[in-house]
Ligand binder design. Sequence first.
Ligand SMILES: C[S@@+](CC[C@H](N)C(=O)[O-])C[C@H]1O[C@@H](n2cnc3c(N)ncnc32)[C@H](O)[C@@H]1O
Length: 279
Amino acid sequence: MAPEESAEAAPLLRSFERRFLAARALSSFPWQSLEEKLRDSSGSELLLDILQKPSGDSVTLSESTAIISHGTTGLVTWNAALYLAEWAMENPAGFAHRTVLELGSGAGLTGLAICKMCRPRAYVFSDCHSHVLEQLQGNILLNGLSLEPNVAAVAQHLGHDTADAESPRVTVARVDWDVVTVPQLAAFQPDIVIAADVLYCPETVLSLVGVLQKLSACQKDQRAPDAYIAFTIRNPETCQLFTTELGRAGIPWEEVPSHDQKLFPYEEHSEMAILKLML
Ligand SMILES: C[S@@+](CC[C@H](N)C(=O)[O-])C[C@H]1O[C@@H](n2cnc3c(N)ncnc32)[C@H](O)[C@@H]1O
């Protein structure tokens, strides 16, 4: 392709790459623009570029096609999961050789991306819903990670692992924010707690702040974990309730600056944020 042709094709290439990385349905790919471009170009370089574009490691997921099924929102990947995964991949040092506890993991995209790209020492996926936990376990195995049966097995291995062990120790735990206790949370020994798209109604906001308060009592090396909560700003009142409740619980927070690396095609219609909480 001539240099001017390749500059013109760049947005088309980017569009294919981002839709591919976001595992979007094939019908959403810009086939018509591709057809028009191919009619005007003499060679097959554009097609080759598209086929070679997606690079690096990949995450494979089995998910539902419905936003809500089996009475849960956790069987599909939500936008904030993609946003948090992007931010983590841009900041891998914050996760390297650390133990991560994820709350409300859903289908598992964020955690799988972190396990593959950020070299955590251990990763605890969690959720409260049986179908979600079942799908989560399947998705972890689908991505070639081995599962420890429980957190005790993870802790047992941690003492023996070298800092540059290839794969993180991974487990899935049933954690219901309303009933989990401080000792149960402390057993995960988290350095970092993360959650994506868990602020969708006032009840979940109150439950989430409750579990964060319990986590603030979980000291490791004399400090509580840092927490990062990513969400889509759908309803400003729900977000306001979250920050008000954090204030009431005595949990300071700051907004994480938005990151540069946009891999996934969601920005046209949603506004996203990540809050860092000092538990
Ligand atoms: C909207 S989904 C988000 C899933 C995933 N983090 C994502 O962004 O794709 C919310 C998740 O939070 C979980 N959840 C809601 N309330 C919960 C609670 N009280 N305890 C534990 N998990 C809860 C749901 O089961 C669901 O998987």
